[in-house]
Design a protein around this ligand. Structure first.
Ligand SMILES: Cc1cc2nc3c(=O)[nH]c(=O)nc-3n(C[C@H](O)[C@H](O)[C@H](O)COP(=O)(O)OP(=O)(O)OC[C@H]3O[C@@H](n4cnc5c(N)ncnc54)[C@H](O)[C@@H]3O)c2cc1C
Length: 402
């Protein structure tokens, strides 16, 4: 009888935890090594699109996810100053029918907690920053800051955009500052509904920036992602504390509903937005990458965590389906790289479309949104129907066209 495959996961973020749950479902032995002294997530919201919800359902986590979610009615594109509706993509009723799962808004901490609840005693080692990777024969080895080592059949770098595992496999190439920064905040409200925040995923498009607002925590709080183009990111860290005043000054002249929402912010951080070009390979021998370590992307299609969750499920599946880890890893890459590369590039492209500053270019864009809305509202605005359709849990899983 074969012994179970031993897989070491570097990084206990959303991607690493989704992989751990998927591997266990396939009968593998899992160890997670997380740099932080405790599992946790930044205070922010996350859009769980139908493609990610399908994986959560296959992991048996749908009901828990639904219990902490907010179900948005539509994605609505709005003019930054007037609030005029530029497009409306129905979600609440259409997503289950068209894509086989709902579209949810959740607090990241809730999503992380649900995934972390699947980790068993002894499977996770916290306060364990990975510092190196080496391989010999049929084993891969991770080494840690305290001098300890862990040997496994396969090691996966799920250690985020500044991945140590990536650097060990492919060299040190820093991520690219995309020319965008953003404020993130979650604003709790005691009384709802609010007349200045509609129950949608609202994309407010303005010159050189956009703002996304949506409810999380079952509707008890509003998440804000406010993006502005900004030439340089000079801060050493990729996130720094900011203030309500700075946020409001960044959006002077924007719609009064946004100003009112911003005026309720008590805590906010500024983030530099970084990404990378799609990589030609993710794997060396028995070590591979997943999530932001493999394909960091702009959040403009709301897909970074969704892609990491899909990666985890497909990687576990590919390893289980193939006779050797090497073939399983090759299958994983062939199934995932074309899709994630396309999402990375289209997320970049959306930034350009959302942030147009010339009035003429804006009019052309808005006419296009309108025409697409008439033909098929699922293809307008974000135009992400091809993202939501994908089902990592489907019986047959062929590579997606690039
Ligand atoms: C403004 C903004 C909005 C977003 N909105 C959405 C959205 O709506 N929907 C969506 O799907 N995505 C969204 N994303 C993207 C999403 O946040 C990321 O793509 C996702 O969190 C990536 O998950 P990950 O597990 O790959 O990496 P991470 O979340 O970065 O996790 C990596 C983990 O590895 C650990 N680690 C790092 N180095 C080491 C080491 N050397 N050793 C051990 N552990 C290590 C870290 O501590 C961390 O726990 C957004 C991103 C931003 C910036």
């Amino acid at each position: 009888m074969h012994r179970p495959l031993r897989v070491g996961i570097i990084g206990g973020g959303i991607g690493g935890l989704a992989l751990a749950a998927s591997l266990r479902q396939q009968g593998s032995e899992v160890r997670i090594f997380e740099r932080a002294p405790a599992f946790g997530e930044v205070g922010a919201g996350i859009q769980m699109t139908p493609n990610a919800v399908k994986v959560m359902r296959a992991l048996g986590l749908f009901d828990e996810l639904r219990s902490v979610s907010f179900l948005p009615q539509n994605i609505i594109g709005r003019n930054w100053r007037s609030g005029r509706v530029m497009w409306r993509t129905p979600l609440a009723e259409d997503c289950p029918r068209l894509y086989g799962a709902p579209f949810f808004h959740v607090h990241r901490a809730d999503l992380h907690r649900i995934l972390a609840s699947q980790v068993r005693d002894g499977e996770a080692t916290l306060a364990s920053p990975c510092t190196g990777i080496r391989q010999a024969g049929r084993t891969a080895m991770a080494s840690f800051a305290d001098g300890s080592e862990y040997e496994a059949d396969v090691i996966v770098g799920a250690d985020g955009i500044h991945s140590t595992v990536r650097r060990e496999l492919f060299g040190d190439e820093p991520p690219r500052y995309t020319g965008n920064m953003c404020w993130r905040a979650v604003v709790p409200f005691e009384t709802q509904p609010l007349d200045f925040v509609s129950p949608d995923s609202s994309f407010w498009l303005g010159p050189n920036g956009h703002v996304v607002t949506y409810y999380v925590s079952g509707g008890r709080a509003v998440n804000i992602v406010a993006v502005l183009e900004h030439k340089e990111w000079v801060a050493e860290s990729w996130t720094t504390p900011s203030t309500r005043e700075e946020l409001m000054a960044g959006y002077a002249g924007w719609h009064p509903n946004l100003q009112k929402l911003f005026s309720n912010v008590t805590e906010t951080y500024k983030w530099g937005l970084f990404d990378r070009d799609p990589m030609p390979a993710w794997t060396r021998g028995r070590v591979t990458l997943l999530g932001d370590a493999a394909h960091p992307m702009l959040p403009f299609l709301s897909q970074g965590a969704a892609m990491a969750i899909e990666d985890g499920f497909v990687l576990a599946r590919s390893l289980a389906e193939e006779a050797t880890p090497e073939v399983g890893l090759a299958r994983y890459e062939a199934r995932r790289r074309p899709r994630t590369s396309r999402v990375q590039l289209e997320a970049r492209e959306r930034g350009k479309t959302y942030h147009l500053s010339s009035r003429l270019a804006q009019i052309k864009r808005d006419v296009k949104y309108f025409v697409r809305s008439v033909i098929n509202p699922q293809t307008t605005g974000l135009g992400a129907n091809w993202v939501y359709e994908y089902d990592a849990t489907a019986k047959s899983l062929d590579p997606q066209p690039a």
